[in-house]
Every structure is written in C-alpha cells, then in structure tokens.
Write a protein that binds this ligand. Structure first.
Ligand code: DGJ
Length: 716
C-alpha cells in the first residue's frame, strides 16, 4: 500500500518509490503537514510554536499557532494569515474553518466532474480526507491520488453544500505545501506570444512571489509549471520540488515565505478571475494539481514529469508514432484553394510526409483574419466541390488529412455573430474589446456548445479527418455572459473552461479516428489540461531556430518531447539553413511549414532524407528519457540527449547559437550510456564504447552560423 493511516498518531503516510509525504490530524481539527521529501521510514513528530498576535481556537492552548504550523490546507479568516487555500462562506465574509472528520483510502480514483485529470492504472491509489465546517454547512474533501512508481502525487478538492442557501467560493487552491524552510530558488517561465518560455531562476524572498494568468487561458505569459530547488541544485544534484496544474484557464501559482522564513506553495484557481456559488445540495469540484520531488537534481524531476505526462495525461495515441505533417499556414496563410492544396498533397506524398494539415482559411468568408470565425462550413469559392470531395482527393494521393479549427472564437463579421450577437462574451453598455478582430464565444452557455457540436457534425460528417489542429487566438476581456444571472458572472472563467473541455470531449468521442493538436497562437496553452486531449501542442508561432532552441529547452524541463510540435519553416533555399532547422526541430515532433511548391528539387530531396531519417529515431525522442547537458540561456550552445529505457539508442543534439565561439572543444558526458555496450553512430558509422560515452563525447564547436551536430547512437 502506498497510502497508510497510522491510527494511534492519526497520521497519514504516503510512500512513492523514492519519496515520502506525511501529515497528521492535530487538535482533532487541523491537518499538520509533517514531511515531503526523499523516502524515509521514520516520520518525525510535529513541532509547535506559539506567537502572540495569532488568534487561535481554544484547543491551541496558547502553545500552538495555526498561523505558524505547516498545514495541508488553510482556511481564510481562521487564524492563518498566510495565503489561504480556500475562501468560502454563505454570509459574504469568506470566513471558513474546516475541521477534520474522517478519511478513506481506495484503489483508482474518482472522476473530476468534467475536468481533465491523470488517468489511473491498476497501481493508482487515492486518499480522501473529509473535513466539515458547521459554520457554513459544507463538507470539504481533499483528494491525494498517488502514482507511486512515478513519484507523483496529485491533489484536488470538492466542496459539498449541505445547507439550504448557496455558499460562495472566492479562492480555491487545491494544492498547498508548507515546509519549515525556504532556502530554495524558484524556477518559472515567462514570455509572450511569439516569444514564449523564458527560463527564470531566482532565490525565494520574504513575501509572496507568484506566476499567474487572469487571461482565460493558461497563456504564454507565465506557464503553470514551476519548481523549487535548493540553491546548489543542478541537473544531477540537489533537491527539487516540481508542481503543475491540470488546467488550461486562469490560474495562480503562489509561493510565500512567511515571518519565520517558512515556505508555502499553492497551485490553483486563485481568486482574481475565479469565484463560484455552490447551490444548496450541489458539489463543487476543483481541477487537480500535481507535484513531484527529486533528491537528485532538476533532471530527475523533469523525467518524473515526462514519464507521468506520457502515461497518465496524454492520450494513448500519443504513445504511437506522430505523423510528420506539412502545415499550410506559413506557406499560404489564408490564400488556399483546392487546386493548390492538391498540388501540396502530391508533393508532400512524394517527399515522404504522412499528412497534409490545412490550416486557417478554408471556411466561411475567411480570406483574412477580419471575418469568418464561427462559420464552420467550407468556402465554396475555394472548394467548389465541397470539403468531402476535396478530402477524398487528398486521400487518393495516399496521404492523411488534418484540418484547422478555432471553435471558441467568432468574428463580428460572421453569419454566426450576426444571428447570435449575445453568444459572445461581453458586458452590457460597453463596446466589446477586439483582439485579432475577434470575440470570444461564451463557452459557459450550453446553447453555444450545442450549436458548435451540431455545426461541426454537419460539416465533417462522413469525412475522414485524421487530425484537428485546435487553435485559440485571443485572451478574454469584458468577461460577461448574456446567459448567466448577475450573481454568477464571476464564474465565467471557470465555466468557460468546463465548456471547452466538454467540446474537446465531444470532438474526441465523435471523431474517434482523429487525433488533436492543440495550439493557442503557438504556446499560449502549453499546459497539462490541453495535453490530455492533444497528441502534441504547437509550441510557438516563432519558427526561427534560434528562438525555438530556447523555447524548446525550457518546455522540456516540465513537459516531454512528445507534447511539442516543432516545424521546419522556410529554409530560404539554403541547405545549411534546412539542416540547422531540422536539427532544432527534431528536439520534438517534427513537421514542416513551408511552400513545398516553391522548393527546389535539391531542397525537396534533402527534406525527404530528413523525414526518412527522423522516422528511424522518432521513438527515441517521443518515448526516451531526456537529459539536458547545456541550457541555451547559460551556454552559447544547447546540448541534450534522449536515451531509450533499455539504453540501446541515444540521440544526442548540439545546437550552436549564432554567437557561439569558434574552435572550442566540449566533452559531453552521456551518463545514460550502457558502459558495456558498443554504439555506432547511424549517421557516420563511427563507433564509441559506452564507457567512453559516459566519460564524454568530444564535440568541436565550429562557431559557424547555423551549425548543429546530431548523433544517432545505436548499441551493436
Ligand atoms: C495561430 C497559430 O499559432 C498558427 O499556427 C496558425 O494556425 C494561425 N493561428 C492561423 O490563424
């Protein structure tokens, strides 16, 4: 059993393969967090201190301050002044004070009321801890789902309204982790559209440091993945705690260092763009947050998350080879039609592509980004014989077919908006704020969802679509719904995401033969919520290999390569550029985004060779263990490798940046190599002993622009 209850101490102990997590019931009231770290057999006892100025229940007896001791869960307004996990009340005060009641431990897990969540397997166990607050007549359940082999623990909560009036939640943080120390650096990722995933590592300081989104999407501005690591932590050394949220909307990751230099980490919905009224008899369920711990550096934390995301978050189809796609966007933008794309399909097939993905521009009056969103039927000027006939012709070329959709959006210049102006998010009396000339559909309105399902069903019925690219190209403003009463307007962000997940569920169930790639102007929803649906995510609209090297290296710290669509874009007829772009793109799932009709025979033949080669090692990238050797913001080059779990194949990549110094020699240690094996580089035929790879493979940096090195090492 990975979860145990030690009765005499009222203590819960969760053991994963390498970690222990423990808390206990104190004063028959609170859940005191005792320990999270490397696996131990003797969990220490709680320690208490008291400080004046800290209000407390009488059982605290002037010797224990709830404001100081580490808690599993903290209620607003009840004597713990650190950032709280829950603010909830019937009377508008937000004050709640939940008291421990009972627990149960069971195999598997429960559904999360329409939210994406990590899939259970036969080893998964869940601890449910129930607390009651008689003041607001609510039952709170805290869930700990344990993926013991992978060292992952997930947390979410439900609140059941047992009273006869509604109660309002104004802050909800399903994961709270308190530690009696704060000697950590915080790792987080910030950015913007076209410039995602800047790595940031800074020491914690007193007060609150946070990353968040109040945009209605997890956003490129901060990613929900964060880590706390000891100041000396490297890839291979030091303690690292990793956290993430299985959610795609607004979020808050909050890290607070308190008066006694103790840290509280919280992951959840926050309060700024979240509130929810739970009606009498109703149960509210939060999305889940996940955490892992590594005593041996950042690399182990990364691999814990990679393994977990691949096997418990991503759709099972993502474990199969991903198609090498030719995407039409950068090649054509809105300028597409049947004749042109059939030529694309022919050339793509000849070059070895698996799939043609028809991006934006195929529907309604979509000749530019001012019009057409919402009108999900084919543009008959561009596809005179209809979509079904066009797709049949593409398929007749022997290639699969993917199509772009952006279901959550509407252009004011569209038939949909003209017939249902009230279906866009808006507030009465204000001119709606546009972004990319579009408005956001009210996905909290079931009528909108039903319309979209009906329309997509009609448009795609009987058409063999293999792949949907699901895009989302603006953030929310004037967040008001014409269908919700005024006392529920604060719930829109949350209800919107539930609506999006419902529609994604529908797509998944209704088109079982198709996989989904998700996207939000590139990497604007690079999160575990979207990863449950998509086999991969378009990581950035920026396909410049220089920026991509940094974006990809950052994303890989928290997410496996299988999640990352990486396209080779226009190589400008230069073989060197094509080669460099390819070596960057094989950091993840390879695709191309260029006008194949304008490529020379030489370029096309090189692309064909690249695709054929990629297929020989795609499984190493998709399923292999990832080792970061040189992070591109720290070094003038990026170096990393993937190794299959049996260590018979290793793919090593070194990307020189533009300002890389000439003539330097680097020794890169491939510690995952099997010392007893002999490896041959499939690219050059050169042999290496596993022992020598462990000592280091020597790379001569050329310092030339567009220089990169790729080794596909296979054990003989
Ligand atoms: C933004 C995406 O990131 C691009 O790849 C492309 O699909 C455009 N939207 C289409 O409008």
């Amino acid at each position: 059993m990975s979860i145990r209850f030690i009765k005499d101490k009222k203590r819960f102990v969760i053991n994963t393969k390498h970690t222990t997590y423990a808390f206990e019931v104190v004063l028959d009231h609170y859940l005191y967090h005792i320990y999270y770290g490397k696996r131990i057999s003797n969990v220490p006892d709680p320690v208490f201190t008291f400080l004046s100025f800290a209000p407390h229940v009488k059982e605290c007896n002037e010797s224990k301050s709830p404001d100081l001791f580490p808690q599993e869960f903290s209620c607003y307004g009840a004597g713990d002044y650190r950032p709280n996990s829950l603010r909830l009340s019937a009377d508008g005060t937000g004050v709640c004070d939940f008291v421990y009641h009972s627990y149960r431990i069971f195999k598997g897990r429960l559904d999360l009321d329409g939210f994406p969540a990590a899939r259970a397997d036969e080893h998964t166990q869940t601890l449910e801890v129930t607390l009651l607050d008689e003041g607001c007549h609510c039952r709170l359940k805290l869930y700990y789902t344990v993926f013991a082999d992978l060292d992952i623990i997930s947390r979410y909560m439900t609140v059941e309204n047992l009273g006869d009036t509604s109660v309002k939640i104004e802050k909800c943080m399903p994961l709270t982790l308190d530690m009696l120390r704060s000697d950590f650096d915080m790792i987080s990722f910030y950015g913007s559209h076209f410039n995602e995933m800047h790595f940031q590592r800074v020491p914690l300081h007193h007060g609150t440091q946070s990353v968040y989104s109040n945009r209605g999407a997890s956003s490129p501005h901060y990613n929900p993945f964060i880590a706390l690591c000891s100041h000396n932590a490297t890839e291979e050394r030091g303690e690292v705690y990793g956290f993430n949220f299985v959610y795609s909307g607004s979020f808050l990751d909050e890290v607070d260092v308190d008066q006694q230099s103790r840290v509280r980490v919280q992951i959840g919905l926050g309060s700024e763009s979240f509130s929810y009224s739970i009606d009498a008899g109703e149960t509210f369920c939060s999305p889940e947050a996940v955490m892992t711990y590594s005593p041996t550096g950042i690399g182990k934390m990364t691999r814990n998350f990679h393994n977990f995301i691949r096997t418990h978050i991503m759709p099972p189809a993502s474990l199969q080879p991903h198609p090498v796609v030719l995407n039409t966007w950068e090649a054509c933008y809105f300028n597409i039609d049947e004749a042109k794309l059939l030529d694309f399909a022919k050339e793509a097939k000849k070059t070895g592509f698996d799939m043609l993905v028809m991006d934006d521009g195929w529907f309604g009056a979509r000749n530019h980004d001012h019009a057409g969103l919402g009108d999900w039927y084919e543009n008959r000027t561009k596809f005179p014989d209809g979509l079904a006939s066009f797709v049949r012709k593409v398929k007749a070329e022997g290639i699969q077919f993917g199509i772009w959709v952006e279901p959550e959006m509407v252009n004011p210049d569209s038939d949909l908006f003209r017939s249902h102006p009230d279906w866009a998010l808006q507030t009465v009396g204000r001119e709606p704020l546009l972004s990319r000339h579009q408005l956001v559909l009210d996905m909290s309105n079931p009528q909108v969802l039903e319309y979209l399902m009906k329309q997509f069903d009609e448009t795609f019925r009987g058409i063999e679509i293999d792949y949907f690219k699901w895009d989302m190209n603006r953030h929310m403003a004037h967040v008001g719904s014409m269908h919700l009463p005024s006392d529920k307007q604060g719930e829109i962000f949350f209800r919107y995401m539930k609506g999006v997940y419902r529609l994604l569920d529908w797509f998944r169930d209704h088109f079982p033969g198709a996989v989904i790639e998700t996207c939000s102007g590139g990497g604007g929803r690079y999160d575990l919520g979207m990863m449950q649906y998509g086999i991969q995510i378009w990581a950035s609209d920026n396909t410049d290999p220089y920026y991509r090297t940094r974006i990809q290296a950052s994303a890989l710290m928290g997410y496996p390569a299988a999640t990352m669509s990486c396209h080779v874009s226009n190589p400008k007829e230069s073989l060197a550029s094509l080669d460099y772009r390819y070596k960057v793109a094989v950091g993840g799932m390879l695709g191309y985004e260029l006008n194949i009709l304008k490529m020379s025979d030489e370029i096309k033949s090189e692309m064909a060779k690249q695709i054929a080669e990629y297929k020989t090692f795609e499984h190493v990238i998709r399923l292999g263990d990832y080792y970061n050797l040189a992070f591109p913001t720290k070094y003038p080059y990026s170096a990393y490798y993937y190794a299959t779990s049996d260590r018979t194949e290793i793919l090593l990549t070194v990307i020189e940046k533009y300002q890389c110094p000439q003539g330097q020699t680097k020794r890169l240690k491939i510690k995952a190599a099997n010392p007893g094996a002999t490896y041959v580089d499939a690219r050059t035929g050169k042999q290496y002993s596993g022992a020598s790879l462990k000592e280091g493979i020597v790379i001569d940096l050329t310092g030339e622009p567009m220089s990169a090195h790729l080794f596909h090492l296979k054990a003989l």
